[in-house]
Structures are given as C-alpha cells and as structure tokens.
Design a binder for this molecule. Sequence first.
Ligand code: ZN
Length: 250
Amino acid sequence: MSLKIVKKLIPVSKYAVKSYKVMKPTRIVVHNTANDASALNEISYMTSNNLKVSFHYAVDDLQAVQGIPENRTAWHAGDNLGKGNMGGIAIEICYSKSGGNKFTKSEKNAVLLIVDILKRYKWNITKVTKHQDYSGKNCPHRTLELGWDRFLKMIKTAMKPPVVTPPIIPTPPVVPQPPLPPVLGPLQPATNDCSEESDKVEQLTIELNNRDLALKAKILNIENLNKQLRVYERWAFIVDILNRIFPVKE
Ligand SMILES: [Zn+2]
C-alpha cells in the first residue's frame, strides 16, 4: 500500500492570504471537506480564491494533493493564532458530504498520509488531532460520525510493522550414531608378584588403562564437536532465511 502524493503548491504571492508565516509543525489536524469534490479540485479551489481558508493536504480515493508546504501555516482550525492554525498540518478528507465508497477510500488514504507524516516527524498517535479540538466545529463530521476512535485505531494499525510469520524451520534429521565401543573396566594387575614378568604386566596394564582413558576422552571430544556442528548448521540455516526475508540493503 502506498499513496501517491502530488504537489500543487500555492504561489508565494498567495502567502499573504493563505499562509501567515513559517512554522515548525507540532501536530496534524484532521478535517472533512463536507463536499463531494476530488482532492485536486479542492486544492485548485483553495488556491484560486482569496478567502482566508487554506489547508496543507486534500486526500481523496486516488491520491493526496499538497497545496501548502508543511513548514508554513494555513487557516483551517478556526482558532486564529492558536495551536491549530499555527502548528497544525491540515488534512482535508474528500467526499465526506455523501460518504460511501469514495469517502471510505479517501479516509484510508488519509491514514496512509498521516502515518507517513507521523513517521517523518517521529510523532506518536497523540499528535493526531481534529478540527473540533480547536474551535468546537463538527469537523471532521463524517469521520466523527463513523467514530473517531475507529479512525485512530486505523492509524495505529497502519503504524505497526507488518507481522512476519516466522518460517517453520525443519529439524535436521537425526543421523544415527554408531554404537560406542563397550567401555572396558580398568584392567586388574596380575597378582603374581614374584617375577620380573609381573612388573612388566603391571606396567602394560597401566599403559593400557591410560590409553583406554585417552580413547574415551577422544570419543567425548568428537561427540561435542558433532553437537557444535549441528547447532552451527541450524543457526546458519536461520541466518540464511532471515537474510532472504530482510535482505541487507547495499
Ligand atoms: Zn475542518
């Protein structure tokens, strides 16, 4: 889902009538046009007349059209030099007079525009206000009628990053391990102690026991390495999948 934003900025010569001064925006002010015209027509009309009425964006079912830069004030909130007019980015949602499908789509597009603005200014949902907050006017009339909380909910939902279902990672098949050699108990030295042979046997027994222990240690070591390898393979598999889902931008 993306929204086409067309710029049809008012000429600087119109600033005296339409845009009082430069501003650092502090909020979004939502309106309904109470009309059945397209966004392009709303902006053209706003630009062509000499009424002290202006707004930054008009949004319809197809696109958003911008008439005033976001860093300049507009006359829309009915609060004269108050926070609405002097700090608000005004968004007019089109086709609110008759409502219906075109209005539904316009509202959805307004949500996309609002999300774009919130993200650019690193604002949260509390920055989304309505005309009514500043002058008590029943505006945005149809959005209010359908439910303001519903509209805020649409924005909150659109703000959330898309939920990525974690891929099902197949467990690597368990490779059957060859049976371990039978563990030999320590060899007992011969009890015969009256000959040289006996010493040799004892010496050999000790050597054999030592070799047995070394062999056991080696087997354990190989098993550990195998385990580590399997963990590493699984991890590499996950990293590969993550890379495909979230490719690293060059
Ligand atoms: Zn309004």
